[in-house]
Design a protein around this ligand. Structure first.
Ligand code: NAD
Ligand code: WQD
Length: 344
């Protein structure tokens, strides 16, 4: 294990969040010194204690808003040589972005502009940016490849991802990798970190695990009349640790080829909502209370990734199955429940 002082420094914005926290642990495991910058708008300070348990007591975390360019600049000056930035920090709720679009444009676009400015100012070689499969909308072809046409965004959140990609391409011809994530799920196998939804979850897996633990009455399946094998929507669910590893692969790629580029990060396999429910019931031994309801507005029928570009060029591959991801998400939910019970 490398000493802290010999580790190349990587700034991880949003590093206390769901995907960021898992990536910080992976960065540490392969010999980097990840430095977290987070405003804790969608995380909790105790998550940082958990990250330290998985890495090192000496890990640094700065409570700063990435839109605050002055404070960010002071931080970069203080830290000295930084070799890369992974920019996760963003607001991510599709519904909230429709209700409060300005907040999404300001937070997601200003934070990215700050990062691009500082990358240039401090000559930081590499940037990895979190984009989303949402940029494809209802894709023209399945599996979806990176060169498929992007559809006009259907939410301000989606717009910030399309604009974010455009800002990077226009301002950084080299030194940036854009990763388009499909549906990140699961949690760390240790049970120490995972997804922390605030309020009622909108996404399938946290709603499912909260139903299984008894926090929600039943899981609603949104639509059973889609043109799919069992009538429910199809998505590409990727374990968060496999996704985390794609960021390490992207940093490694940038060492040898600095051209700005984009990659799909999914599993290449689509699973229906019913398949997810059946797999969860199998790995947890729980019978879920399920209700079949109407379609959710805005949902697309089916999307899954062609990940051959990432697998060939980034030399990145998968370790976990959907069953593993659901097992780990369930372990995390049970741990959260115990923590809450102890605190009460
Ligand atoms: P998350 O909300 O768990 O993590 C984001 C973190 O960024 C949070 O800890 C939050 O406090 C922080 N943050 C937000 N705005 C900030 C700001 N201005 N300054 C500093 N910190 C700020 O979300 P996540 O699921 O880990 O997503 C990470 C990234 O991946 C986001 O950019 C998101 O849009 C993108 N993404 C997520 C998904 C998904 O389904 N989770 C899918 C595709 C893309
Ligand atoms: C998955 C499937 C639902 C909840 C969203 C964003 C996307 C990206 C990931 C950031 C769908 C069904 C869900 C429930 C259900 N985020 N479902 N009952 O919609 O693919 O993507 O998160 O970039 O931008 O749109 O993910 O988890 O919400 O839904 O039946 O209670 O589960 O209809 O088919 P989605 P999801």
């Amino acid at each position: 294990m490398k000493n802290q002082e010999h580790r190349p420094k990587i700034i991880v914005t949003g590093g206390a969040g769901f995907i960021g926290s898992h990536t910080v642990v992976e960065l540490w495991n392969v010999g980097y010194e990840p430095i977290i910058v987070d405003n804790f708008s969608n995380s909790q300070p105790w998550i940082f204690d958990r990250i330290k348990r998985l890495t090192s007591k000496g890990l640094q975390c700065f409570h700063i808003d990435c839109c605050d360019e002055e404070k960010m600049e002071q931080l970069f000056l203080k830290l000295g040589q930084i070799i890369g930035i992974i920019h996760f920090a963003a607001l991510k709720s599709v519904n909230e972005s429709i209700e409060q679009p300005e907040m999404y444009y300001k937070n997601n676009l200003n934070s990215l502009q700050t990062i691009i400015n500082l990358k240039e100012k401090f000559n930081i070689p590499d940037l990895v940016f979190s984009s989303s499969a949402t940029v494809y909308g209802a894709a023209e072809q399945l599996p979806v490849t990176e060169d498929c046409n992007l559809k006009p965004a259907t939410s301000p959140y989606g717009e910030t991802k399309q604009l974010g990609e455009k800002m990077i391409r226009e301002q950084l011809e080299t030194g940036a990798i854009i990763l388009r994530y499909f549906n990140p799920v699961g949690a760390h196998p240790s049970g120490l970190i995972g997804e922390l939804p605030i309020g009622v979850p909108q996404n399938l897996i946290p709603y499912l695990t909260q139903t299984a633990i008894g926090q929600r009455d039943s899981l609603k399946v949104f639509g059973t009349d889609y043109n799919t094998q069992d009538g429910t929507c199809i998505r590409d669910y990727i374990h968060v640790l496999d996704l985390a590893k794609a960021h390490i692969a992207a940093l490694t790629r940038l060492l040898s080829n600095r051209k700005t580029d984009v990659y799909n990060i999914g599993t290449g396999e689509g699973h229906s909502v019913l398949e997810v429910i059946n797999t969860f019931e199998k790995v947890s031994g729980i019978d879920l209370r399920v209700k079949y309801t109407n379609r959710r507005a805005g949902d697309i029928e089916s999307i899954y990734a062609d990940c051959s570009k990432a697998s060939l060029t980034l030399k990145w591959d998968l370790k976990y199955t959907l069953g593993d991801a659901l097992k780990h998400a369930w372990q995390w939910e049970k741990g959260l429940h115990e923590t809450k019970a102890e605190a009460a």
